[in-house]
Every structure is written in structure tokens, then in C-alpha cells.
Design a protein around this ligand. Structure first.
Ligand SMILES: [Fe+2]
Length: 183
């Protein structure tokens, strides 16, 4: 483990042992997935983001501004990360069930295991507010289409990751994909 990861979110700033435990799970899981996604990016020749997005920067700022050892910090940590992991988990389910790329399918499966573990340890802190309908977008879940859309990770009708279309076209001959698309 990289030295800086030993001082990750929730470990230094929280006084709550359950939050610290959740922090360790996040560090371990994300270290594993980061290594895997970097390897996949190289294999599939897909550029990956190297900086936090605007939402993530906002959550970090909230946690940074909360007093160390405070319940406020623990609530922000648990609720922001719980909501973020919930969104990722739904996205992973779509990718896991819709892709024909065997590398992505295997990766999505492992991601789902890790993300569910993170959701569970965050819930185990007792700090997640399940009445927060902004963090738990029930309306979005209810509006989900009954029949699954096709999200093939292959060169032609790639809608989930349009940036993969070109790169997969270049790597198709070598990448172990199952792209039997005829559309
Ligand atoms: Fe996570």
C-alpha cells in the first residue's frame, strides 16, 4: 500500500472506530480496483481520468471543512460516500448485465463486490440517513426502464462508453472480447 493511502478519508479525521473501519475498507478496495482499471485502460487503450470530478472535489471540501473528531465529519463521510457508491453500484449493474466484453464483465463483477462491501461498511457506521431522498434517488429508480437497454462494449453501437468505440476498433484483434454483434 502506498504510504499516502494510510492516511485516507476517515482514518485520521474521525474519532469513530466504525468510520475508521469503513475508511480502511475503502482504501483496500480502491487500491485493488485502481490497479485493475489502470491495467484495463492499458489493455484496451482507453485514457482514464486522473483527477477527481467536480462532485468529488465538493465532497472532499465538505469533509476538509468539517471539524476533526466531529459527528458532522462522520455524517458527511458516511452519507456522501454512501450515495456515491449507490450511484456507482447501479451503473455497474447495467454494465455487468449488458456488456459483451469479457474483460469488462469480469471487472464489473469484482467492482460490484467491492462497492457493495463499501456500502455495507458505510451503513454499519450508523451514520447513513436513509430518509435523505436526495442521496437515495427513489424517483430515478422507479423511472428505470423495464426492459434493459443494450450497452455493448464493442466498436459499433457503443453508447455507454462512446470513447471506447475508436480504441476498441484498434484493439479488437487482440482483446479477448466476445463481440458477435450483427446490428
Ligand atoms: Fe468504494
Amino acid at each position: 500500500m502506498e504510504p499516502e493511502l494510510k492516511h485516507g478519508p476517515g482514518l485520521d479525521k474521525s474519532a469513530n472506530p466504525l468510520v475508521k473501519e469503513a475508511g480502511w475498507h475503502l482504501i483496500d478496495g480502491h487500491a485493488e480496483l485502481d490497479a485493475k482499471v489502470l491495467e484495463l485502460g492499458r489493455t484496451l487503450n482507453v485514457p482514464l481520468p486522473s483527477e477527481a470530478n467536480a462532485d468529488q472535489r465538493g465532497w472532499i471540501a465538505e469533509m476538509t471543512n468539517a471539524p476533526a473528531g466531529s459527528a458532522e465529519f462522520d455524517r458527511i463521510f458516511a452519507n456522501r460516500l454512501h450515495a456515491a457508491h449507490g450511484g456507482v453500484y447501479k451503473f455497474l449493474a447495467v454494465v455487468r448485465t449488458g456488456t459483451r466484453n469479457t474483460l469488462i464483465r469480469d471487472f464489473a463483477k469484482r467492482c460490484m463486490e467491492v462497492v457493495l462491501d463499501h456500502i455495507q461498511v458505510l451503513e454499519a457506521t450508523g451514520m447513513v440517513d436513509f430518509n435523505d431522498t436526495e442521496a437515495i434517488p427513489l424517483a430515478a429508480v422507479a423511472a428505470a426502464p423495464a426492459s434493459p437497454r443494450r450497452f455493448p462494449l464493442c466498436p459499433r453501437p457503443c453508447r455507454t462508453f462512446p470513447e471506447l468505440r475508436t480504441s476498441l476498433s484498434r484493439t479488437r484483434a487482440t482483446a479477448p472480447m466476445h463481440c458477435s454483434d450483427s446490428s
